[in-house]
Design a protein around this ligand. Structure first.
Ligand code: SF4
Ligand code: SF4
Length: 365
């Protein structure tokens, strides 16, 4: 396996370190040391030294959700996400991907999403048709909302409608490439998907990005691939905060007390923490979650649920336990994927609301 000198340095620094093992959401969910950053580094270094074969560590390479909690915690600045993604790329180039990953990659290449979906729900399609006229502002829904949680996509649209925003939603939205970037990293195919998406974004002045995975990809990862867009890109939560500031989103009541589940893509990668809080505080009394903002703990997602469903359920269950353990009863999400994952847990003690649910109140039902 060809691994860059830079990554080798990070791998050799992590492989005997134990300092961040306690904050890995996957390691905590499986209870296995092997799921954490340092054990992954040890496995890769054994492949580098020819002691084991690459295929022996591939399941472990795909256990990492790339949430970056380890990087964030690392006082010496080593980067397990970087070397994990480089091994994914090498495995793709050496034809060593596990079958379950190959299938998701093929789906991304053939259908534009890992779930092999081509049709969106009738209700969402009708909603989108109401916004087919070209305006300056595009609401980018993303593959998770469009294909897996169309009700949430409709609510995202409804919130902007209620605020009187003029916006467009595309019937044939291009994927941003975040799923391919997660699955196989910096391949030509990933860059091509990003470039095609950027071309469609360039037709608008402002892009409001609903899914934090897409926000991170367009605002940060595009640049790493040398892909550019001329449009102004704002996260959905930043746009909502702007609407609150301008009196276009008005609080109806503040009966609820809630905590907020920071999506790591916003709070760690884009360092956006205040905007969601501004919005939530206008519609509820906001308390802080155990481990919040940059220290947030990932609560699961849809993509990894495709191949590690039980582990992801445990990840989500543990995050709900964090809510319960500080005596809170309602958690608000700003990530459609985390909303999905938390809702998968069978429980009735904690109410799970999206930020749109909170804003719409009874209208969301
Ligand atoms: S990321 Fe830092 S804290 Fe974590 S294993 Fe590597 S060197 Fe240790
Ligand atoms: S990126 Fe997240 S899931 Fe991956 S090793 Fe680090 S803490 Fe664990």
């Amino acid at each position: 396996m060809i691994i860059s000198k830079k990554c080798k340095q990070h791998i050799d620094s992590c492989r005997f370190c134990w300092m961040c093992h306690h904050i890995c959401p996957i390691g905590n969910a499986t209870g296995h040391e092997r799921s954490t950053a340092r054990a992954r580094a040890l496995g890769i270094s054994l492949v580098n030294r020819g002691a084991i074969e690459l295929k022996e560590i591939m399941d472990n390479i795909y256990e990492c959700c790339t949430c970056g909690a380890c990087n964030h915690d690392c006082t010496t600045g080593w980067d397990p996400v970087m070397f994990t993604k480089e091994v994914r790329l090498q495995a793709a180039l050496e034809n060593e991907l596990p079958d379950y990953i190959n299938k998701l990659v093929d789906n991304c290449l053939n259908c534009g999403n890992a779930y092999a979906k081509s049709d969106i729900s009738k209700n969402l399609s009708e909603k989108i048709k109401n916004h087919s006229n070209k305006t300056d502002t595009l609401l980018l829904l993303g593959v998770d909302a469009r294909f897996i949680l169309p009700d949430q996509a409709q609510k995202a649209i409804k919130v902007l409608e209620n605020a009187g925003v003029l916006f467009t939603v595309l019937e044939d939205e291009k994927p941003t490439g975040w799923q391919l970037d997660f699955l196989i990293g910096t391949t030509e195919e990933t860059k091509q998907q990003m470039s095609e998406c950027a071309k469609t974004l360039d037709e608008f002045k402002t892009i409001v990005v609903y899914d934090p995975n897409d926000s991170k990809t367009i605002k940060q990862t595009f640049g790493e691939y040398g892909v550019k867009t001329k449009a102004k890109v704002v996260t959905y939560t930043t746009f909502l905060a702007y609407l609150v500031d301008n009196g276009k989103l008005k609080s109806k009541n503040k009966d609820k007390t809630v905590v907020f589940q920071d999506p790591y893509q916003l709070s760690r990668d884009l360092e956006e923490t205040d905007e969601s809080r501004k919005v939530i505080s206008s519609f509820a009394t906001l308390h802080e979650m155990l481990l919040n903002k940059g220290e947030t703990v990932w609560a699961g997602n849809i993509l990894m649920s495709q191949y590690l469903p039980e582990v992801i359920k445990e990840v989500s269950k543990r995050r709900l336990y964090n809510v319960k353990s500080i005596g809170e009863r309602t958690v608000v999400t700003a990530s459609v994927s985390e909303y999905f994952a938390l809702k998968q847990v069978k429980q009735n003690e904690i109410e799970i609301l999206s930020i749109e649910d909170l804003i719409l109140g009874k209208e969301a039902d």
